[in-house]
Design a protein around this ligand. Structure first.
Ligand SMILES: [Zn+2]
Ligand SMILES: [Zn+2]
Length: 269
């Protein structure tokens, strides 16, 4: 930080800004992003809603990000038994919350109800669990959505999160480095193995970014990590382009090993 706080010329501006904020707060009192109850500042959740969230704290597996009952459940590499048996293709993963009711409300509103302001709250929480994964030298890349879905929804929620995360880390963000060349709806009804195979071909790196990604540590950002089929496909594409490592950061992890995949809603979305 510089001496911005004490700069005499900036003082009137700060007073004007504070006065403007006071008027705004009086006219539109800051409210909880989920339930609308009054809060101290804009962009926060009220205490009751915050309590309904389940933040992921240590000990957690560094490979899948899942919380563990105790550190004894992790091997010397910090991996859980599941990841030791079948390690994910990505290097590390972290999730800010478990995907329970409150996290689901936030994420579904971000995804489908145009509540883009949730990206700031969730992106901020993602950064808090990203120690050792996220730094200025890495490149932040969101999980892509197919352009058909982008046209319908107007924005990619993963790209909003990636943007917030990269800003906080002062890292470079390449929002369109990965592209989904096959729409996900066409995969509905496929078995787990078929989805993995189809997705591997559905997600590719844009050729013009290959040089930029080669030799870099990539941080892949998404809203939810479920079965990992999508994150695996993204990781494989990034590693094929020469990325040194790929780590996954998500707002929420779905507890337990689920064969269902939230990345594949059966009917549109
Ligand atoms: Zn609330
Ligand atoms: Zn694990």
């Amino acid at each position: 930080m510089t001496s911005e706080g004490t700069h005499p010329v900036r003082l009137p501006m700060r007073i004007a800004r504070a006065a403007g904020q006071f008027v705004l707060d009086t006219l539109f009192p800051p409210s909880c992003q989920l339930c609308g109850a009054e809060t101290d500042r804009a962009g926060l959740l009220c205490i009751d809603c915050f309590k309904r969230l389940t933040p992921i704290n240590a000990p957690f597996c560094r490979k899948c990000g899942h919380p563990q009952p105790s550190a004894a459940y992790l091997n010397e590499m910090g991996c859980c038994a599941q990841c030791e048996r079948s390690p994910p293709v990505w290097n590390e993963a972290r999730g800010a919350f478990l995907y329970d009711k409150a996290a689901k409300d936030l994420i579904l509103q971000l995804k489908y109800a145009d509540r883009q302001e949730h990206a700031r709250f969730l992106g901020d929480k993602i950064c808090r669990v990203a120690l050792g994964v996220l730094d200025q030298a890495c490149i932040v890349v969101p999980v892509p959505v197919h352009r058909k879905r982008l046209l319908k929804r107007r924005y990619n929620q993963a790209a909003l999160l990636a943007w917030v995360v990269s800003k906080q880390a002062e890292a470079q963000c390449l929002p369109d480095a990965l592209v989904r060349v096959t729409p996900t709806n066409s995969l509905a009804g496929f078995s787990r193995q078929e989805r993995y195979r189809e997705l591997a071909e559905a997600i590719v790196v844009k050729p013009r970014y290959k040089d930029e990604l080669a030799g870099k540590n990539i941080v892949l950002v998404d809203d939810v990590l479920t079965s990992g089929a999508t994150a695996s496909a993204c990781t494989k594409a990034l590693k094929a382009a020469g990325a040194t490592s790929v780590s996954v950061l998500v707002a929420a992890l779905v507890p337990g090993q689920s064969d269902g995949d939230l990345d594949f809603p059966v009917s549109g979305g």
